[in-house]
Design a protein around this ligand. Sequence first.
Ligand code: PEP
Ligand code: MG
Length: 317
Amino acid sequence: RPQAARGLATGPGRTKDGQRVELLLNLGGEDPERAARHDCEGVGLLRTEFLFMDRVAEPTGAEQSAAYARVFRAFGGRVVTVRTLDVGADKPLAFLAQENEPNPALGVRGFRMVRTSPEVLRRQLAAVARAAQETRTRVRVMAPLVATPQEAADFVALAREAGIAEVGVMVEVPSAALLADRVVREVDFVSIGTNDLAQYTLAADRTRPALSDLLDPWQPAVLHLVGRVGAAGREAGRPVGVCGEAAADPLLALVFVGLGVTSLSMAAAALPVVRGALARHTVADCRKLAALAMDAAGPCEARETVRAAVDPAVLDA
Ligand code: PEP
Ligand code: MG
């Protein structure tokens, strides 16, 4: 293999013209020591549900701190982005009084739990702050399913009260993407969850395989929203990540960079191929790919048009 290609196979993500694009890991209840061996710049999404599901009682602050500290230590020196609890009425927790909701995806889920159980969120934030301090790790927290700039501001206030320095929100509800310019001004960073953003933009249940054509993150409507968030981030000087599964698609990763996304968080298996795709394209190339995808008539045309326009080496990887 040519030296250039070999040299590109490891280390921080960067485009061909040298713009850094952080390559981060999505993590849940997996063994953190093992996960930390992957060549990544940190954790872009720590799904904390694993600590809470299947429990009759809320894990204590000490137990939560210990679990978070284990992840922080494993990734020693690298950034870890903790997402606060994202349970909904479809995933009831025994220790949270939740009503039976006819439309759980539109119910009290994600950050909305602050309406019913703010103390659970406060205790989680305190446990994260304590673990960050103990391990002297750069920790960021973000809230799921934030719908309005006011909710973003409310979350920031709660997290700062707990002593957390870097606070962000996920953009995965179309209303937050539409007002991205206001949302980004409230926070230190945002991270786009393409799984839910596609679900809510196309009004297509993400658990229904029969709707997978609508749920496709290549849907131009989803890309337009991502572009809106990217532009708002650039304008305000705030980082914009993508942590939905779409970041693991090397072609979409290029499109996202063209739309202004500054970090990509994904399953470990996708890191090398996304790193390689970035290394073969300049930011200007990515912008051209993004324009092609956004102008396409639908997700299939978007994917095929971009596929035909990238460096073919990406497709062999
Ligand atoms: C998303 O919605 O894209 C996301 C990253 O969060 P989750 O899949 O956990 O809802
Ligand atoms: Mg989500």
